[in-house]
Design a protein around this ligand. Structure first.
Ligand SMILES: *Cc1c(COP(=O)(O)O)cnc(C)c1O
Ligand SMILES: [Zn+2]
Length: 431
């Protein structure tokens, strides 16, 4: 039977809705795995259209073996592509660099992988109300799954700090949206303190089942690579749920003898929201919460809840933690976007980080590297538009031109090839 086990003191407890050990450490799911072979997952790939064709539930034996399949709430999720683009390889200076596009999940971010598991467990346990604090994508995902399961959804978002696409999703899917006057960390504090009193089941990544679902990013990526580990997995790091999940996934695969070599995890933070970066480079390895500031709203988090789990992931995989500036994030995004793949700002921290680690000589030119693109391009169109139209230090901006409705002028503009000032009318051309 799966149990909860404290990440800090090792105490076990029944897997219920207390996510925090009396000692203050977070719980994680501890499985007693039976015999599992990789063939099993390869066979399941042929179950097209069934629950087992979900890129999460295909790995049920590694995620939640005991869950009654009748409780599964699935879109289905996962089955996201692994892209290789010349332009991206050149930008990073790494030939074998791939992008696993988690923005291709049903609600447009990797959050669906943890959410399908969290909501299924909520249903199994008979919960009627589910809630989360969110920088946007968790709320979009939870709202979608709550609607599908017929549960009441409540989301706490920092007022004025979440991208419009995400807010639109939460509203459209019908969750109750509470805009908290504060940042994500304030909203998270309210959820943690208020769950019992307000009677809801928490679906943030302090819920260990969310982390179990997110392990499937690693499982699926490895299966796509015929179970051959890359040298690196590079992931944007905010609340550190993914960093935690990736390390746990690799640890379990290794323990089961299903892989013989672990990829190294590189967690990438934004410079203005870098408490985990600072922790990693400190002597005492304790988290100092900070006031976060970055254009990449999905990783604008100053007090990440899963830092202890994430620290273990970095240590066990011989990983690194790096930071990148907002300009580096936006330029990397422009490269990913103009390669035809596209992603939301926070996602591009992965490529920006890979390039920086390559420059530093940490990643080698011939290493195999998988960057995780965490969210879809359309989530935060405002940031994209601002980069291309107003971007002051935007190296790869693609400015639109305003032209009179006249073919001569349009022809003149198109043959000119260079970019006039942003949004400026092109005058005196062609006559
Ligand atoms: C949630 C999110 C992140 C941060 O992931 P963590 O697991 O909290 O570190 C990064 N990018 C996007 C697009 C997200 O939605
Ligand atoms: Zn404990």
């Amino acid at each position: 039977m799966a149990q909860f086990k404290c990440i800090r003191c090792g105490q076990t407890a029944p897997a219920n809705d207390n996510y925090v050990c009396p000692c203050g450490g977070l719980y994680e799911v501890h499985h007693d795995f039976g015999d599992i072979s990789l063939d099993h997952f390869d066979v399941k790939l042929s179950n097209i259209g069934s629950t087992w064709s979900s890129g999460v539930w295909r790995y049920k034996e590694l995620i939640n073996p005991e869950l009654d399949p009748r409780h599964i709430v699935s879109r289905p999720e996962g089955n996201t592509n692994l892209y290789k683009r010349q332009k991206v390889s050149e930008y990073a200076g790494i030939d074998g660099i791939y992008m696993k596009h988690e923005g291709e999940n049903p609600s447009g971010s990797f959050k669906d992988r943890g959410m399908t598991v969290g909501v299924s467990v909520a249903v199994e346990r008979g919960n009627r109300k589910v809630a989360c604090a969110s920088t946007g994508n968790t709320s979009a995902s939870m709202a979608a799954y709550a609607a599908q399961a017929g549960l009441e959804g409540i989301v706490f978002v920092p007022e004025g700090m979440i991208a419009y696409g995400k807010l639109a999703q939460a509203l459209a899917y019908g969750s109750k949206v509470v805009q908290v006057k504060g940042n994500f960390d304030d909203a998270m504090g309210l959820i943690r303190n208020g769950a019992k009193r307000l009677g809801f089941y928490i679906l943030n990544s302090i819920n260990p089942w969310r982390v179990e679902g997110q392990k499937s990013i690693v499982f699926e990526m490895l299966q796509q690579r015929r179970w051959k580990s890359p040298d690196w997995i590079v992931v944007p790091a905010g609340n550190l749920g993914n960093t935690s999940a990736f390390g746990k996934a690799l640890r379990e695969l290794k323990q089961l003898g299903l892989i013989d070599r672990m990829p190294r995890i590189a967690a990438i933070q934004a410079e203005g929201a870098n408490p985990f970066y600072k922790l990693w480079h400190s002597v005492d390895k304790k988290l100092e919460p900070m006031k976060p500031e970055t254009i990449a709203s999905a990783i604008k988090i100053g007090n990440p809840v899963s830092w202890e789990k994430a620290l273990r992931s970095i240590r066990e995989t011989d990983g690194v933690v790096e930071q990148v500036t907002d300009n580096q994030i936006l330029d990397a995004k422009a490269i990913i976007d103009s390669s035809g793949v596209g992603c939301e700002p926070a996602s591009a921290a992965s490529l920006a980080g890979a390039r920086k680690l390559r420059d530093m000589g940490v990643i080698a030119k011939d290493d195999q590297v998988v960057c995780v693109l965490t969210g879809n391009l359309l989530k935060d169109s405002e940031t994209t538009i601002n980069y291309h139209i107003k971007g002051v230090s935007a190296r790869y901006s693609n400015k639109p031109v305003v032209v009179e409705a006249n073919l001569d002028r349009i022809e003149a503009v198109l043959s000119q090839g260079n970019d006039p000032a942003p949004g400026q009318e092109v005058k005196n051309l062609g006559d």
